[in-house]
Design a protein around this ligand. Sequence first.
Ligand code: NAG
Ligand code: NAG
Ligand code: NAG
Ligand code: NAG
Ligand code: NAG
Length: 446
Amino acid sequence: MASSFSKISASHCFWHVTFLSCIFWIAAYFHRAGFCFTSRSPRPDTLPADTCSGRYVYVHDLPSRFNSDILFDYHNVNISYTNMCRFISNAGLGPALNVSNIGVLSSSGWYATDPYALDLIFHNRMKRYECLTTNSSLASAIFVPFYAGLDFGRYQWDYNISVRDSLSLDLVNWLSSKPEWAPMGGRDHFMVAGRTTWDFRRFKDEDNLWGNKLLLLTHTMNMSTLVFESSPWDSNDFAIPYPTYFHPSCYSVLVSWQDKVRSSERQWLFSFAGAPRLNRKDSIRGEVIEQCRASAKCNLMECGSGLSECHSPGSVMSLFETTTFCLQPQGDTPTRRSVFDSMVAGCVPVFFHPRTAYDQYTWYLPREHDRYSVFIAEDEVRRGEVSIEEVLSGYSEEQVRAMRDEVVRLIPRLIYGDPRSRSVGFKDAFDVAVEGILQSVAKIRR
Ligand SMILES: *[C@@H]1O[C@H](CO)[C@@H](O)[C@H](O)[C@H]1NC(C)=O
Ligand SMILES: *[C@@H]1O[C@H](CO)[C@@H](O)[C@H](O)[C@H]1NC(C)=O
Ligand SMILES: *[C@@H]1O[C@H](CO)[C@@H](O)[C@H](O)[C@H]1NC(C)=O
Ligand SMILES: *[C@@H]1O[C@H](CO)[C@@H](O)[C@H](O)[C@H]1NC(C)=O
Ligand SMILES: *[C@@H]1O[C@H](CO)[C@@H](O)[C@H](O)[C@H]1NC(C)=O
């Protein structure tokens, strides 16, 4: 009895092992190829999925003039300086990139994403948030799906200030008439405005001044707004990442990309993609470009106005994937989309101003800045006191490896997963933002 049992068990074991290694091989194949092969992906670094307590979000059912009608406008009218009807495709991600033409990318998850589509991407992600409630008294925070960034873009260039401000004023009237406003005077409300905060802080009512006054209204002062770049003088906005081109729909697509950039060959010590700022006397971009051009170890991608390589996702990602350090000097404002594109490529960012990232993305980046980045003070570059090449050459191979590993570890929280995915299976920029808002509202409640 006992011996026949062990015989069965041994042969069972043989088949079991063969079967397992076969599964393992198939899984490894799909993993390398970057497919979604599992529906129940691990969710590392997240709260247990069974508890929504303290995480419920109520979403206001806004009239369509505050969101979908704005998209309709973009679709049907020619709007100056933009060709944004394309971001209506793929839930805001834009057209899928044909990755078979772009060898530097992984097999899926890549889109020609316009960063100004964030309003839409975030709203679509929220529709699949795992802790939504239709009972606002259970909610820890209340989301307002207003497309503030797109509303700005629609009216900024050809319209007077009463047109530019009209929907913002309309919004606060609508919100404050709702029963959900009263319990906290709107201090549990939050929204997304996919631009920098400066577009919403016009401080005087004059047509020739920039932007609208969305974030200066007494009601929105009580709310929290998520923007690409926050104001150092105000507490009603929080900075979240610019969207990149990468939006994996599941964990395995993310991991195969991380593996790829961890081991990609980086023949350039440093690189810069961008344009000089000739109209800004204090800009260091001229010096940065000059130093890059003069070094055999630097790869320069100069961006002119209009279409150039800088607007080709494949060229940009290829540059960052083959470079160890990516220079990120300020542009028109301190922050840049390029910070996120380069970090997604596993390139260690070099900052010249604390407001480019350290003072902005405090929910997203480690407090110990030298773990994942290099800082060179703007003033030293401006005065010609520092050779960027010399500073960067000073890092040992182990130091570089450690910084790059940290950058690659950060990738998931810096990107927006595919909003059409039921669950992307990792904690992404959206999850980090919601967590930040929930903590901030909880603090206000106490
Ligand atoms: C939009 O602009 C294009 C090219 O400038 C023009 O051909 C087209 O008629 C315009 N469409 C509308 C609706 O104004
Ligand atoms: C992608 O590019 C390949 C190679 O040029 C081509 O054969 C294929 O049809 C393209 N796919 C799409 C969806 O455009
Ligand atoms: C909403 O939640 C509150 C608090 O738990 C409860 O008293 C109320 O009955 C709920 N309302 C509905 C419509 O379920
Ligand atoms: C602003 O522009 C709109 C139409 O574009 C016009 O109807 C309105 O009278 C203008 N307002 C002022 C104050 O000029
Ligand atoms: C903002 O919040 C404070 C404190 O809750 C409240 O007294 C005030 O009325 C709110 N403002 C508006 C415009 O609701």
